[in-house]
Ligand binder design. Structure first.
Ligand SMILES: [Ca+2]
Length: 206
């Protein structure tokens, strides 16, 4: 049985070994510049198995719009993917984060033999792509995706839809306003005009 110090040493060796010298798996986030034309990103050793390195992988890439582009978003398309399946993808997974750091909102994550088919769009000009595996069952070929910059979509507020309900509400509103106005005019006439008219009429008849 290992004592605590030995266990700590073993853990340190494992951590040091993690990702060391693995081509295509940057352990420190690697920045990739996105441009108008699509560029490709694959998991390490793609299309060969990512298990060839026989160790746990933790790779991350920051995809960032090239500085020449303003007011753009990043779009990604996954072309192929084969990742060890697991409930909740807790063993091996690919995750795309909607910003430059881990704590930003995840856009999507997946594992298994399926992958997102729709184009993925960020809200700003940076996304973080993370690929992580455990030690076991890494005889899968990983993923291939492409990324590029796209003009930020302009959001236009939805114009009012003139549905039957809207027309009904408008009619009720107008009828209510008409009723109130008539009532107020009536009150005004009773208090102000009617006595004057009565006096005028009595003067005329005498
Ligand atoms: Ca695995």
């Amino acid at each position: 049985m290992q004592n605590r110090t030995e266990q700590i040493l073993v853990n340190e060796i494992i951590n040091e070994k993690k990702n060391r010298g693995i081509p295509g798996c940057p352990s420190k986030t690697k920045t990739l510049e996105a441009e108008r034309h699509p560029k490709f990103l694959t998991s390490p050793n793609y299309p060969g198995n990512y298990g060839v390195y026989q160790q746990r992988l933790s790779c991350s890439w920051l995809i960032k719009a090239s500085s020449e582009y303003e007011d753009v978003v990043i779009q990604l398309q996954v072309h192929n993917s084969s990742i060890e399946p697991a409930t909740g993808c807790w063993r091996d997974s690919v995750e795309i984060v909607d910003g430059p750091k881990d704590f930003f909102r995840p856009l999507i994550s997946w594992c298994g033999s399926t992958w997102p088919k729709a184009t993925i769009t960020s809200t700003a000009s940076e996304v973080l792509v993370k690929f992580g595996t455990d030690f076991k069952k890494n005889d899968y070929y990983g993923f291939m995706l492409s990324y590029w910059v796209a003009k930020r979509p302009i959001f236009i507020a939805n114009p009012i839809e003139w549905t039957t309900l809207n027309y009904s509400l408008l009619s009720i509103g107008l009828a209510f306003m008409f009723g109130i106005t008539t009532w107020l005019i009536g009150l005004y006439m009773k208090r102000e005009f009617i006595p004057h008219i009565t006096i005028l009429l009595s003067e005329l008849t005498t």
